[in-house]
Design a binder for this molecule. Sequence first.
Ligand code: FMN
Length: 322
Amino acid sequence: MKYYFAPMEGITGYIYRNVHRRHFPEIDRYYMPFISAHASHSMKHKEKEDIRPANNAGLFAVPQVLTKNAEDFAWTVRELCDLGYREVNLNLGCPSPTVTTKGRGAAFLGRPEELREFFSRSFELIGKDTPEMKISVKTRLGTEDPNEIHDLIRLYNEFPICEVIVHARTLREMYEGEAHTGVFASILSESVHPLVYNGNIYRSEEAARLEEQFDGASGMMIGRGLLRNPALVREIRGGERLQMHELASFHRQLFEAYRDVLPGPKPVLARMKELWWYMSMLFEDREYVLKKVRRAKTLTDMEIVSERIFMEQPFADEGGEV
Ligand SMILES: Cc1cc2nc3c(=O)[nH]c(=O)nc-3n(C[C@H](O)[C@H](O)[C@H](O)COP(=O)(O)O)c2cc1C
C-alpha cells in the first residue's frame, strides 16, 4: 500500500516537506498545496517558490491545481511539465467558501455536466500539448449526499485519469464527523482507475483495519494524522514509534528553516503555533502544552517553551501515537 502526505495549504509547503523528508523518509509522495490556475496565465511568487524543482530536490512531490477552466488548466499543466513534473493533481475537494463560491474545488462536483465538458476539453488540450503528463484527481464523495460518488466515479471512468484520491466526506461535511469508509469500500469495484483513500487516519491500528477493509485500493493519503505524529507512516509500516528526541529535532530544524526563509518573526510564530495545535495532541497534558505555546510572543519565547515541553512533558502513551 502506498502512503501519501496530503496537501495542506499554509502548512505543508516546501520548507515543511523538506524537513519532514529528512527526518521521516517513509512517505511515497507529497502532494503540494494547490496553486490556482489564473486566467492571466501567471503564477504568484509564493506558488513559483513552492513548485521550483530546486526546492523539491529528492522529494516525490506532485503539484496540485485548482481551476474550473480547461484552457487555464492546460496552460498550468504545460508550465509544470516544462519544470519536469509528470503528474498534476486536480483539486475537486476544497470546501472553503472562498473557493466554492467561485464554483471551484468541491463545488464543481455539484455540476457534473460542466465537469464532464471540463475533462473533455482538458484531456483534448493536454493530449495535444503535453501527452507525457498524467492527471490525477482529489475528490470528495459529493456535495450533499455521500452516494453522489457513484455517478462521479462513472464520470471519472470516462477519462484517462491516472488515480482518484477520495476524501470520504461531502462538501457539506467539511472536515467534521466520521468519514464514510463503507461508501469508499463500495466504489472500489466501480472505478476503472486506482483509488486512494483519505480521511481521519490517526493511528497505525486504524490504518491496518482500513487496509484490510479496502482490498484493491492503491494507497492511503494522510493529512492531519501526519501533522500530529510525523512518524505515523513509519509506525504503520511496522517501524519504530516516534521518539521525543526525534520530534524535538524535527521541530528545531523546521523552526530554523522557517526563520531563514519567512519574512520576519510574525509568520514564523504563526506557523509554529499552527503546527503545535496538531503536535500537542501527542502529549499527556495537551491543554498545558497549548497554553504555554499560545503565550509565546517572540521567537525566543517559542524556542524556550518548545525545548521545555520536549524535556518535561511526556507523550500521552509513552509512544508516538494518541
Ligand atoms: C489546513 C488545511 C489545508 C488544506 N489544504 C488543502 C489543499 O491545498 N489541497 C487539498 O486538496 N486539500 C487540502 N486540505 C485537505 C487535506 O488534504 C485532507 O484531504 C484532509 O485534511 C483530510 O485528511 P486527514 O483526515 O488525513 O487530515 C487541507 C486541509 C487542511 C486542514
